[in-house]
Design a protein around this ligand. Structure first.
Ligand SMILES: NC(=O)N[C@@H](O)C(=O)O
Length: 183
């Protein structure tokens, strides 16, 4: 088995743009404001009814071999009890899985939310540092229903694809480079 090391990068809007958006204050003019509040639009997309869930990420070893993508929704992760965490992504592809060399890891701040563009590949886990993290997960009811049905022995989802790199004799480990300093 070939173990690839992915060195985590500090996330910024430009470097993450091919994969999604950082959900945080924006430099752009607010699209709506009242005295004491300002709001901005995001690139959120959903082809069916949104489902809002609560998700907990355990602090686990930073290794993975499977990634997935959701075609119907730009899935969002909004920190409720946040931790610095590593989000693993890979570029959108057509029918094929992404190349192992295209997999990237971003260090996300404990107060930053993430929006993943539709069909952007991401590791099945997020990797919090220093303990578990609790997020609001924004998905669609149809996407989630398919995942739950599959867990009950139902059909392979239509709205989600999973790629297992171990079929290519490849696994990954994430490294937090020294340049990221204390997280
Ligand atoms: N509900 C749920 O765990 N959704 C996953 O697709 C995920 O990416 O977290």
């Amino acid at each position: 088995m070939n173990e690839r090391t992915v060195v985590a990068e500090r996330i910024d809007a430009e470097s993450f743009a091919p994969f999604g958006e950082i959900l945080d204050l924006q430099d752009a003019e607010p699209v709506f404001q009242n005295p004491g509040l300002r709001s901005w639009r995001t690139g959120y997309e959903a082809e069916s009814a949104t489902e809002l869930m609560v998700i907990e990420f355990d602090e686990i070893p930073m290794t993975f071999d499977r990634i997935e993508r959701h075609h119907q929704v730009s899935q969002c992760f909004l920190p409720l009890r946040g931790r610095p965490m590593v989000m693993v992504v890979a570029p959108k592809t057509g029918e094929d899985a992404p190349a192992a060399a295209s997999v990237r890891a971003f260090l996300v701040g404990q107060h930053q939310g993430i929006l993943l563009h539709r069909s952007v590949w991401h590791a099945l886990n997020r990797f919090p540092i220093g303990g578990s993290a609790v997020h609001a997960l924004v998905t669609t009811a149809a996407t989630q229903a398919e995942l739950e049905a599959e867990r009950r022995g139902g059909p392979k989802p239509r709205l989600t694809d999973v790629h297992d790199f171990s079929t290519e004799k490849t696994t990954f480990r994430i490294e937090i480079g020294p340049e990221l300093g204390a997280v």
